[in-house]
Design a protein around this ligand. Structure first.
Ligand code: NAD
Length: 288
């Protein structure tokens, strides 16, 4: 028998803990604040932003949304980011991706103060992640590590195979797994004979963005399967990168889509924002 990992329930647990922590901070006069910048009105982005803001408010984090037109100049966006860098009531700055083509997302990300980079995308935070220092970790891989920890799955010494090498999921996932002493194999779009690698995985992480690519031939019996993908199938149904009904019976544990990794991603964004508020408060008090 296999376990369906209830990401929704575990994320709720994380949010409940954060709610208590935010209440304690408020007694010290600290109100964690998250500001989201949304450029344009991409429907998926609108829905992600709504979810993040609703979850923030639920735990007591003040959340603000700055909407900017699709045709804004890069300079205007950078100026907005710098303003937020300088605003002491803002602890987390999140620029919702993707940005319009005429704006260089890397430049925008690099402008966010690393101390407020609750997505963990700035070069400073990525560098600290890689060299094993404390950092803001990207929310999706961080959420996956938290999920594994909370259900008692240790990755130490095990073979983890990550499919996908994006900066927001696959790449940081591989680093966090290595830091937790897993042996890590990275696969991607140019990998020759993908199943030959994935079949060796004790822990298989699929972050591809291809609906139901991973069938049971890709999975070793008893593996733990983490499905990051969020894909719209042709019939309109929301599915992961894993063909759930076929793969699940072969696993020891598997995340569903929806209700697996997605809720954890948002919970870790809140966790990073609260962490930032505490750090800013500490450094403000130590500066007199
Ligand atoms: P991306 O498009 O940036 O990266 C996809 C990666 O998959 C690439 O590195 C590519 O090399 C690899 N790939 C593509 N086709 C492949 C194939 N046939 N075989 C092997 N590898 C292949 O995507 P991303 O931003 O990393 O997101 C991946 C998926 O995860 C998407 O469905 C996205 O919607 C979802 N996602 C979910 C969450 C969440 O919170 N659950 C967060 C971020 C992304």
């Amino acid at each position: 028998s296999y376990r369906i990992i209830d990401g929704k329930a575990i994320a709720q647990q994380v949010r409940d803990e954060l709610k208590d922590e935010v209440a304690r901070l408020k007694k010290q006069g600290i109100v964690p604040g998250l500001t989201v910048i949304l450029v344009g009105n991409h429907p998926a982005s609108e829905s992600y932003v709504r979810g993040k803001m609703r979850a923030s408010e639920e735990v007591g984090i003040r959340s603000d949304l700055i909407r900017m037109n699709e045709d804004i100049s890069p300079q205007e966006l950078l100026a907005e980011v710098r303003k937020l860098n300088d605003d002491p009531s803002v602890h987390g700055i999140l620029v919702q991706l993707p940005l319009p083509r005429h704006i260089d997302a890397n430049q925008v990300i690099a402008t966010i103060s690393p101390e407020k980079d609750v997505d963990g995308f700035t070069p400073v935070n990525v560098g600290n992640l890689v060299i094993g220092q404390d950092a803001f970790y990207p929310c999706t891989p961080y959420g996956i590590m938290e999920l594994l920890k909370r259900i008692g799955i240790s990755v130490e010494g095990k073979h983890a195979v990550v499919i996908g090498r994006s900066n927001i999921v696959g790449k940081p996932m591989s680093i966090l797994l290595q830091r937790a002493n897993a042996t890590v194999t990275m696969c991607h779009s140019r990998t020759i004979d993908l199943p030959s690698y994935t079949k060796q995985a004790d822990i298989l992480i699929a972050a591809v963005g291809r609906a139901e690519l991973i069938t049971s031939e890709y999975v070793k019996p008893g593996a733990v399967v983490i499905d990051v993908g969020i894909n719209r199938r042709e019939d309109g149904k929301l599915v992961g990168d894993v063909l759930f009904a076929e793969v699940a019976p072969h696993c020891s544990a598997i995340t569903p889509v929806p209700g697996g990794v997605g809720p954890m991603t948002i919970a870790m964004l809140l966790k990073n924002t609260v962490k930032s508020a505490k750090m800013h408060h500490r450094s403000a008090s130590s500066n007199g």
